[in-house]
Design a protein around this ligand. Structure first.
Ligand code: ATP
Ligand code: MG
Length: 522
């Protein structure tokens, strides 16, 4: 890794050392490292020929594709910043990000061409549109790329240059453009080499499944980890549980990252009982809290190593990990933890004034490391409110650290419910209710209450054919957690509102109850 200072070094080094090895596999299209390295140079030269300058932005709106990674690495070789935009967003939301980033070129996946056309007034303004696949009358990516030479461009980005601008998931409000540098993206790999962790070690036979959307750090970051380590990356256009099972069996996937909501869909497929998981070494999961019962179900089904990841867009993904050895289904309390800081990462739990709290006390999680973003694009106030002058970044998550240095994430500070003066964290209540046999999914929110200030409410999605008895759910929760944390009421809903990262949009569930008053959050 010493040779890898910027992302473009990764394709160059692997192309030199293992030119014929497969870098990406996407729907039957195979790209070797030699081809990938040539393609990224072509992309860089094409961007330079189009007049783009270092620091300019380009946007990608589409589902996952191997070509997205070519475009991303190629852009960084010209100093151009990639802005991937979530394809599940609505037209105006996509336009907000593309315009906010001031993207010069817009690359559109085939599924998004109609949407781009419908919003062309907003999206086409002064920018060239390029189609990722043939089928529209716009220039296509391959033709555009292949019109330029495969020689390395006359430009060298610095490790401290911004490589990607990733918008936060927008769970708590408007998405914000977190600017991440080459070293943000690469430094963790170098540290990993000095502090080997088996789940994070890669060999030439490793196959990585990239099935989470690339507009989030869990998709792009995971794709890069495999690429930098020279693994074969199997790119899934989108998350499809049956295809995931196929990739595991037929493409011999050895490592994959998945959010809990996706894992839950996979384990509920009857077909999941028939698959051969012997090649699967590790499943990395995270990005939102995981119910304990679901985690146990996964451990039993897949029989591989598990490693939790805690982090955020602003920290280039993982900063805390729960090692495989702490996943004892017999149920050590550790399985509830998010885990230990990654090497080189500092974690502190602080009070509202930013003072460090003693071990065991709940406060806001803050962090300092090589992985912290440089800031939010064009949001100086939000940046200053998030990262202090001394480099400590406030995560907005509530949690505590135990005597052994394990971090436990309760929930977002803003989602904490204050009921009768007691703090209740939705994720803990959700984990308790999730185990009820009639419950498929559950979200917990605070609703206004005369007596308690806020009262805990569970919003549940029943399992197919099951009926929900509120009293029974409440009694079940009370048998597993303290009475003051158990729901006081239960609503039934057909599906939970989630964003593309599978995160529950609790603010949407809360809104009707708080329509006529302001909710106090710290
Ligand atoms: P926005 O910042 O726009 O509201 P977001 O915070 O959901 O959206 P992301 O950066 O994708 O955007 O998500 C980071 C957040 O996800 C963390 O702050 C935390 O709340 C949650 N999270 C990540 N990993 C875990 C984990 N292992 N357990 C519990 N929560 C997690
Ligand atoms: Mg956030």
């Amino acid at each position: 890794f010493a040779e890898m200072q910027v992302l473009g070094d990764a394709t160059r080094v692997h192309a030199r050392d293992r030119p014929g090895a497969v870098a990406f596999e996407f729907e039957g299209r195979i790209t070797s490292f030699a081809q990938l390295d040539a393609h990224v140079n072509q992309v860089a030269n094409a961007l330079i020929a189009a007049g783009l300058k270092p620091g300019d932005r380009i946007a990608y709106v589409g589902k996952n594709s191997d070509h997205y990674f070519e475009l991303f690495i190629g852009a960084t070789k010209a100093g151009v910043v990639m802005v991937p935009v979530g394809w599940r967003l609505a037209g105006p939301e996509i336009a907000f990000i593309v315009n906010n980033a001031e993207a010069k070129l817009l690359f559109v996946g085939p599924e998004l061409v109609d949407l781009a056309r419908a919003n062309i007034g907003e999206l086409g303004r002064g920018r060239t549109l390029i189609a990722m696949e043939p089928g529209s009358n716009w220039p296509t990516f391959e033709a555009w790329r292949d019109a330029h030479p495969a020689t390395a461009p006359h430009f060298s980005p610095a490790p401290s240059d911004v490589a990607i601008q990733l918008y936060t998931s927008g769970t708590t409000g408007h998405p914000k453009g977190a600017m991440l540098t080459h070293s943000n993206l690469l430094e963790g790999r170098r540290l990993g080499e000095r502090h080997p962790m088996p789940w994070n070690e890669w060999g030439p036979d490793d196959v990585s499944l990239v099935a989470m959307p690339v507009a989030h750090i869990g998709g792009t970051g995971w794709g890069l980890i495999g690429l930098v380590n020279g693994a074969r990356g199997v790119v899934a256009r989108e998350f499809d549980p049956l295809k995931v099972l196929d990739y595991i069996e037929k493409d011999r996937v050895s490592k994959m990252f998945m959010v809990p909501a996706a894992l839950q869909i996979v384990v509920r497929q009857p077909r999941s009982r028939e698959v051969d998981y012997s090649r699967l070494k590790y499943i990395l999961y995270g990005a939102s809290p995981i119910p304990l019962d679901l985690l146990r179900e996964c451990i039993e089904l897949f029989g591989c190593g598990f490693c939790q990841q805690y982090g955020m867009t602003e920290t280039t993904g993982t900063i805390v990990y729960l090692p495989p050895e702490d996943h004892d289904p017999a149920g050590t309390p550790r399985m509830r933890a998010a885990g230990l800081p990654m090497p080189g990462v500092e974690i502190r739990v602080v009070d509202t004034e930013g003072r460090e709290l003693p071990r065991g006390e709940v406060g806001e999680v803050s962090t300092r490391s090589y992985a912290n973003m440089t800031g939010y694009w064009r949001l100086d106030d939000a940046t200053a409110a998030t990262i202090a002058a001394d480099g400590w970044l406030r995560t907005g998550d509530a949690g505590y650290m135990d005597e052994d240095g394990y971090l436990y994430i309760h929930d977002r500070v803003k989602d904490m419910i204050i009921s009768g003066g007691e703090n209740v964290y939705p994720a803990e209540v959700e984990s308790a209710v999730y185990g009820h046999p009639a419950v498929a999914e559950v979200a917990v929110i605070g609703v206004p209450d005369e007596k308690w200030g806020e009262a805990v409410k569970a919003v549940v999605v029943p399992k197919p054919g099951a009926s929900i008895d509120a009293e029974d759910i409440i009694a079940f929760a009370r048998s597993r957690i303290a009475a003051f944390k158990a729901p006081k009421s239960v609503d039934v809903i057909a599906a939970l509102p989630r964003n593309a990262s599978g995160k529950i949009l609790r603010r949407e569930l809360r809104a009707p109850y708080w329509a006529d008053r302001a909710r106090q959050v710290n």
